[in-house]
Ligand binder design. Structure first.
Ligand SMILES: Nc1ncnc2c1ncn2[C@@H]1O[C@H](COP(=O)(O)OP(=O)(O)OP(=O)(O)O)[C@@H](O)[C@H]1O
Length: 229
């Protein structure tokens, strides 16, 4: 799969004059990229810049050459976002309808929508949830359904914001396996350092800047050292 480059150019984000990201410039080209760092460091803000959920106060973000400021609709299709709290993402009362919901905007025929829903549920081993009422799902089940609704759209990049917080060991391993076999790019913000083992690149965010950018073992060592300091 041809993966569009994501570029941040001198990006700063401020909320009420408080700098949350400061002059960040990076190009994200790898297929598996982790983002780690302390609470409040700016990780979610960074991840939300990648599909235009947050716009830079200064600087620019480009996805495959398109600026998130001007091309939000195309970029949302290109970069899917799995929220930390799946309740923010689940809209429809029945699981299979929820997964089909986003597909309606892609103008796919009904038969193809149904097929994609079934395939995605099967891929995540959650076919048994298809007819469940969304509000009766456990937290972990909701997290898997939220992931399914993004996967079904087949974006070429998927951003995960702390995807394992509600998962038991089995679902955590299932998610890890799912991320490993994605043909898409995965960018994962997490405090769960183990899931980053096979990633190509990990960014350590400290106080709104990229304090380390490299392979997972070195990045985790850097983060541990910083946390003990
Ligand atoms: N919409 C907003 N308005 C005001 N402040 C915000 C907003 N979003 C985030 N912040 C602040 O920006 C800082 C960075 O937040 P962010 O969510 O990016 O951190 P994080 O590294 O993902 O943290 P955590 O690990 O706790 O989830 C925090 O101090 C947060 O309170």
């Amino acid at each position: 799969m041809d993966l569009p480059s994501i570029r941040l150019e001198n990006v700063s984000v401020r909320y009420d004059d408080r700098a949350v990201l400061r002059d960040v410039s990076i190009s994200l080209d790898e297929q598996r990229i982790g983002v780690i760092g302390a609470n409040g460091a700016g990780k979610s803000t960074l991840s939300r810049l990648l599909n235009g959920l947050v716009l830079p106060t200064d600087g620019a973000v480009h996805v495959g050459g398109l600026n998130t400021r001007q091309h939000s609709k195309q970029i949302r299709r290109e970069v899917g976002f799995v929220f930390q709290n799946p309740a923010n993402q689940i809209i429809m009362p029945i699981v299979s309808d929820d997964i089909a919901f986003g597909l309606k905007n892609l103008s796919l025929p009904k038969s193809e929508r149904q097929q994609r829903v079934a395939e995605t549920l099967d891929e995540l081993n959650i076919s048994h949830l298809a007819d469940r009422e969304s509000h009766t799902l456990s937290g972990g089940e909701q997290q898997m359904v939220a992931l399914a609704s993004v996967l079904a759209m087949r974006p070429r990049t998927i951003v995960f914001d702390e995807p394992t917080t509600m998962l038991d060991l089995r679902n955590r391993l299932a998610l890890q396996h799912e991320i490993a076999k994605l043909s898409q790019r995965a960018i994962v913000v997490t405090h769960d350092l183990e899931i980053l083992e096979d990633f190509e690149r990990v960014l350590v965010i400290t106080d709104g800047t990229i304090a380390f950018d490299g392979d997972p073992a070195e990045a985790i060592a850097h983060y541990r050292q910083w946390s003990h300091a």
